[in-house]
Design a protein around this ligand. Structure first.
Ligand SMILES: C[S@@+](CC[C@H](N)C(=O)[O-])C[C@H]1O[C@@H](n2cnc3c(N)ncnc32)[C@H](O)[C@@H]1O
Length: 182
């Protein structure tokens, strides 16, 4: 975030997979703290949890859907969280629905940060496919669960191969990884 603001990497920020909104709130709080009054933060989510896998797969997708009561946080609740910390204004955009449906509408926009936290292969691919062309050089892709779910690692490997992305993938911690678009 600080790199984006200091180096003036062009574009808005998006989190695809918001849950209670904590990571998106941090994005907005950093923008506010640095006096960045232009960028928008886009919160994309079903706000109903992880979609039901088309068929039981015996992997974490079944379990994540089963706990949708926990992972599905209504948009109003997330708005309330932003409000509580004075972060809700017209630069916070809510994009509600499954990524397969909503991501095509966001193609063509300019991004400085794409944060992926949808957990499943099919929840990581649509944001990458529809948003990556709009990511500025010097902007970032963060994959929250790269080291947690093998599916997340697979989606990233497939996308990077398809698009011939050679920028180094860097580990953040035991879960997350990122790369900077070169
Ligand atoms: C692990 S939670 C996100 C956690 C959050 N980023 C954080 O740091 O606190 C995963 C979120 O992805 C959303 N999600 C997963 N797959 C989705 C899909 N295909 N379309 C829309 N939302 C999806 C779920 O509703 C859930 O809110």
């Amino acid at each position: 975030m600080t790199h984006i603001v200091r180096k003036n990497v062009k574009g808005d920020l998006i989190e695809a997979g918001v849950w209670r909104g904590g990571a998106s709130m941090l994005m907005k709080a950093v923008l506010d703290a640095y006096g960045d009054t232009k960028r928008h933060v886009v919160l994309a989510d079903s706000f109903r949890g992880v979609p039901k896998p088309k068929q039981p797969r015996g992997d974490h997708g079944d379990e994540l859907h089963r706990i949708s009561g926990y992972l599905g946080v209504p948009r109003e609740k997330v708005q309330e969280h932003f409000s509580r910390y004075g972060l809700l204004d017209d630069r916070i955009e809510f994009v509600e629905g499954l990524f397969e449906k909503t991501m095509p509408q966001l193609a063509g926009r300019r991004w400085s940060l794409i944060r992926l936290d949808g957990d499943l292969y099919e929840s990581l691919m649509p944001p990458l496919e529809h948003l990556y062309d709009g990511l500025s050089r010097g902007g970032f892709v963060i994959i929250d669960d790269y080291n947690t779910f093998p599916q997340a690692e697979q989606a990233i490997a497939d996308f990077r191969e398809q698009r011939r992305v050679t920028a180094p993938l860097r580990r953040i911690d035991e879960h997350a990884a990122f790369w900077c678009k070169s």
